[in-house]
Design a binder for this molecule. Structure first.
Ligand code: KIV
Ligand code: NA
Length: 265
């Protein structure tokens, strides 16, 4: 199996082939995500929500991200593995940003890091890139800034914020990022940004003109009961399937039908 690299993604954009990206946080799930042909696996700080049960992505630590990332690295044979730098490990201090990125690369074996923000974090991005670590950007709805935004609604609907996002996207490309996640923005803006860049855009709630798409694996598999924003297409209903399996197990144990004669020594 040939490993997907940042260069592969650039070539894909060049020939108009869409890029598929999904999150994973553990060995078993990442094995399935990789085997399904996903180009990029994101060890997202959404682990804070779906793995740890926090309301936001802010509490997850660098050590916890490294634990998730190293589990994914042991599973994925083909996908490019990108890891989120968590909140508080890169903003406002480029030396700390570099140290955080180096720890992720060294201790997990992942291939790239992702940071939220535009021109404000330019110095951190440059410093990480200078060390030879590929960087992915993330613009639009950036969940680490949720307390600034106040809500999880669509970003950049107004001209000023849209103009800033376009500038930030160009800046990230100029700095040397290999791609940019654009989250929850109008499809028209997603189109304009994607067309204005030579590096690939990966959208989530950013419309069909992005160069690729990303979803949180728990959301697309229907493991997050009741979470159904407009941008989410649910490809399975694992909450229901697993709930039924567990109810059947409990009932078999209580009724004495598990284990049967063939299921014992
Ligand atoms: O943490 C995450 O899952 C993400 C994606 C939604 C892009 O950043
Ligand atoms: Na994230």
């Amino acid at each position: 199996i040939k490993r997907v690299t940042t260069h592969t993604l650039q070539d894909m954009k060049g020939r108009g082939e869409k890029i598929s990206m999904l999150t994973a946080y553990d060995y078993s799930m990442a094995t399935i995500v990789d085997a399904g042909g996903t180009d990029v696996i994101l060890v997202g700080d959404s682990a804070s929500n779906v793995m740890a049960g926090h309301e936001t992505t802010l509490p997850i630590t660098l050590d916890q991200m490294i634990y998730h990332a190293s589990s994914v690295v042991r599973a994925a044979k083909r996908a490019l593995i990108v890891v989120d730098l968590p909140f508080g490990t890169y903003q406002g201090n480029s030396k700390e940003a570099l140290n955080s990125a180096i720890r992720i690369m060294k201790e997990s074996g992942a291939h790239a890091v992702k940071l939220e923000g535009g021109v404000e974090i330019a110095e951190s991005i440059t410093r990480i890139l200078t060390a030879g670590i590929p960087v992915m950007g993330h613009l639009g709805l950036t969940p680490q800034s949720i307390y600034k935004f106040g809500t999880y609604t669509v970003r950049a609907k107004e001209e000023a914020e849209a103009a800033k996002l376009k500038q930030d996207a160009l800046k990230l490309q100029e700095l040397g990022c290999f791609g940019i996640v654009i989250e929850k923005i109008p499809a028209q803006l997603g189109k304009e940004v994607s067309e204005s860049l030579s590096i690939p855009t990966i959208g989530i709630g950013a419309g069909q003109h992005c160069d690729g798409q990303v979803l949180v694996i728990h959301d697309m598999l229907g493991l997050n009961k009741g979470f159904k924003p407009r941008f989410l297409r649910q490809y399975a209903n694992l909450y229901e399937d697993m709930n039924k399996a567990i109810q059947n197990y409990v009932s078999d144990v209580k009724g004495g039908s598990f284990p049967n004669e063939k299921e014992q020594y």
